[in-house]
Design a binder for this molecule. Sequence first.
Ligand code: NAD
Length: 385
Amino acid sequence: MRIGVPKEVQKGESRVALVPQLVSSLKKEQHDVLVERGAGVSASFSDEDYREAGATIVEKAPALYRVADIVLKVRPPQPQEARVLREGSTYVGFLAPIENREVIETFAKRRIMGFSLEYVPRITRAQSMDALSSMATVAGYKAVLLAAEQLGKMFPLMMTAAGTVPPATVLILGAGVAGLQAIATARRLGAKVEAFDPRPAVKEQVKSLGAGFVDMELPEDVETKGGYAKELSAEFLKKEQETIAARLPRVDVVITTAQVFGKRAPLLITAEMVKMLHRGAVVVDLAAEQGGNCELTKPGKTIKSHNVTIIGAVNLPATVPVHASQMYARNLINLVLHLYPKDTAAPDFEDDITRESCITRNGKVVNEAVRNAYQQPKKDPQRKH
Ligand code: NAD
């Protein structure tokens, strides 16, 4: 098959869906690889790197879309890209299908088979295809660096001839993939770290990274069968806010990563609570695009309130494009090779990874969760302040 990799068109996106080192994994399976000129440049991969790895460079995206059987991308296609993909071709990448209904309906109309990395199930067999986790790992790491950059203090304990500098104190709320990586990174920089997550299994993971765990009395049933957090009651969230509030006056940095799958991010830091942080403290809100864990967060913006810096972090992986592209490309290739093992012309829909990640097929939106979401009245994704 001919596998095409266009240049990303979204402003600020510097990742690329395939890195030169992985071209050979596709060639080995007898696929041809086409890469649009300049596709890897913002991630520091030159056209020459791709050519040497065995790819063919195509001058412009429309020429690539005309011939590619499978298109690989990072960002969901823009409506104009969806219209030029070849009818009957396959698309594999992030699709954010609920937010991109127009694109998904164009896919269905034009019989494009769309696979969405967000819908790869979080099961052991699919771990090597879990791009959401890879990108959350990058974001958790980068969130700590952003905080360190904004904080007027250093992270590590330093005993110098000019006196002793105590370590910075960091509070991490939500210790899933991004949160655990944020803990590890803040610890490596020498900060004193505390974290909270309502899933009981997380306590040991937090402690094994050398951080303290904020103990709270938990409701009994906090986890879904798939290991995700359930939406917690308003009563519990109020108690959680009180527990957090008691800690705020002594922390320098708060990194929030709390999310409940498919829901708006829980509100953990109200506007009133921001006033409890000391002057110069920093909040990095990784859930900015899901409504924010902090009430004052503005997605994509850094604001100051009561001398506290609040960073509404979006698309942090694009700020680390070399490694983010390498990790993303590895996940993507693993999915492509799973969908199309050697000498197979069509994916096997008996397989659950294939079935669950497929959004459009045979002219229809086939993913039930996406179809149901389209039937719901449109919601405003931002919390009203
Ligand atoms: P995850 O599902 O692995 O982790 C989220 C954690 O939040 C879970 O462990 C869950 O138990 C916890 N949680 C749920 N309710 C909570 C509550 N009330 N209090 C404390 N914790 C609670 O998700 P992830 O992959 O780590 O992603 C975390 C967030 O980061 C998501 O909102 C994701 O969209 C975002 N993200 C942002 C960027 C960026 O660049 N800004 C990049 C990647 C991911």
